[in-house]
Design a protein around this ligand. Sequence first.
Ligand code: NAD
Ligand code: ZN
Length: 351
Amino acid sequence: MASDNLTAVLYKVNDLRLEKRSIPEPEDHEVLLEMGSVGICGSDVHYLVNGAIGDFVVRAPMVMGHEASGTVAKVGKNVKNLKVGDRVAIEPGVPCKTCEYCKHGRYNLCADIIFCATPPCHGNLCQYYTHSADFCYKLPDHVSMEEGALLEPLSVGVHACRRADVKLGSTVLVTGAGPIGLVSMLSAKAMGATKVIITDLAQNRLDLAKDLGADYTVLLNKDSNEKAIVEQVHQLLGKEPDKTIECSGAESSIRIAIQATKSGGVVVVVGMGRPEATVPLVNALVREVDIRGVFRYANCYPLALEMIASGKVDVKKLITHNYTLEETLAAFETAKTGAGGAVKIMIHCKK
Ligand code: NAD
Ligand code: ZN
């Protein structure tokens, strides 16, 4: 084992540094992980560029990274589910396990959750990192470390589809074809949706969506006419979608989502845009269109892993760029600019 621990630390806005830290010791319920792959998420870039997301403000240096996989290097004395050498996906949020939400299984709503790279909690873009063993999921041999890291965004897609109650025969509209829109589309298909239509402002993202299995795509521009888009969605599908998964964060998309969805259907809002939005609420209420929030995920890693391991879902095509841990600053530069049609950027920590 190495004697030091190269770590990517965000000090403040646009001040990301690679520095050597010590290797932590696992507590009794934890494992020490030699980090494998860590994906860059929009939120990492947001903290880098803005130093905050809503009430979460970077006030002290914070280790980046939360879409991750690793190999068990040491086990705490109470750990029963893992052994040294196991390759695992790391679920980045560890809740309190005792509050009302945790007890009901909705641990994503736990107020005391410790979530990697959400200030003030450190992430795992480093060489060695300790994590609660019960939030690590052993990967079968044929599932790669990159796929293990992609279980994180895929879990958001799984949770969004569960919240929307996507099932066999569902017709689904997804607005926004970034990584989250794409994993929502993949999850919807895997859960039995028979038609999925997806929108975006960027043709390259729609091309990838098509490649991944979208039935229809709709290219928008910032001035697109709302009514015309809703009509186009209905026309392409030959009906109204019964579920809509909003993954762009754009107010105009939430508006389209509500108006396009079938009466009695569901709109789930995953995209986090401005804190307040003007939406056609009466249109939703007189047609009993349910509007539901989505926050991360709970109990979704096992299903997301099953989807990948069984071959039901192929997430590998989301990865457009690869970097080593030493190249972290360049990786974040690419993430910031979106250069080269970047969708998912993967950092490989193991030498
Ligand atoms: P992203 O920025 O890569 O993707 C957003 C996509 O939406 C882009 O491809 C963009 O071109 C497209 N878009 C922008 N405006 C649009 C419009 N008006 N109509 C259609 N498409 C439009 O981000 P991402 O990583 O895919 O994440 C998507 C959203 O989900 C973000 O707002 C993010 O903050 C949010 N998110 C929420 C959760 C949650 O728990 N609720 C978890 C992860 C991400
Ligand atoms: Zn709790």
